[in-house]
Design a protein around this ligand. Structure first.
Ligand SMILES: CC(C)(COP(=O)(O)OP(=O)(O)OC[C@H]1O[C@@H](n2cnc3c(N)ncnc32)[C@H](O)[C@@H]1OP(=O)(O)O)[C@@H](O)C(=O)NCCC(=O)NCCS
Length: 204
């Protein structure tokens, strides 16, 4: 578990399934964790996902307050990504507003990626401008894109071009992927064909 200073207490970061479930059950989301849903709704959704889907979750918490979270989950059945069993989705990452820009998202990502081996997996992250909290960058979505790319690159992600309509809908939307070391060249090829980007994807 990673520990950092937070006011007078400490922040624990965990991806341990048992502890994650216990904290989700007994703790409460910080009131500023409302980028995607109301805090309590998001907390219940995480708990439901943990119990019903093949997900991995990492939480940052201090006492009973949950300060940040991230999740890796299977693609939705109707998404093109579900055509390859190797693909998993880094679904969301959110940090409480007072704790931002202090390395918490980076620590959450490190923790979730270290919790088990993803060497046989292709992790993808689809990033849409309409999900972002642009108030932290004075509305500058290209700066926000850089921030997120930097964050994901630290976790071993690289940009992937795709013709996914939602990614193409806005110039700052983007997609990144992290290829496990045991992904074969056939799997790479299949993945890039599935992504449907220009052929430059295939020249790696
Ligand atoms: C995106 C988000 C998760 C980042 O969390 P965080 O804990 O602030 O991130 P970190 O502190 O680990 O910083 C990651 C990188 O971004 C940079 N960064 C963070 N906030 C920044 C800001 N406001 N301006 C410029 N750079 C910033 C950091 O400097 C760091 O880069 P570095 O490692 O080179 O120093 C957080 O802002 C958030 O919860 N946003 C709302 C939800 C969201 O948009 N999630 C992403 C899509 S799912």
């Amino acid at each position: 578990m990673a520990l950092m200073n937070f006011k007078k207490g400490t922040i624990t970061i965990t991806a341990d399934r048992f502890l994650v479930e216990k904290v989700l059950q007994e703790g409460a989301f910080h009131k500023s964790l409302k980028q995607f849903r109301l805090p309590n709704e998001q907390q219940q959704a995480m708990l439901r996902a943990l119990r019903t889907l093949d997900v991995d979750l990492a939480l940052a918490f201090d006492g009973e307050t949950i300060l940040g979270y991230t999740m890796i989950l299977p693609p939705e059945a109707d998404e093109r990504w579900s055509q390859m069993a190797q693909i998993k989705v880094l679904g969301v990452i959110e940090v409480a507003i007072p704790l931002r820009n202090q390395g918490l998202a980076s620590a959450l990502l490190t923790k979730i990626l270290g919790a088990r081996s993803y060497e046989k997996d292709i992790l993808i992250s689809l990033e849409y401008r309409w999900h972002w909290d642009l108030s932290s960058v004075e509305g500058d979505s290209s700066l926000y894109k850089q921030l997120l790319q930097k964050l994901l690159m630290k976790g071993g992600f690289e940009e992937v071009l795709t013709n996914e309509p939602d990614v193409m809908a806005y110039q700052d939307n983007f997609m990144m992927a992290r290829f496990g070391s045991e992904i074969t060249s056939e799997e790479y090829l299949r993945f890039f064909e599935l992504a449907g980007g220009p052929t430059t994807n295939l020249l790696r």
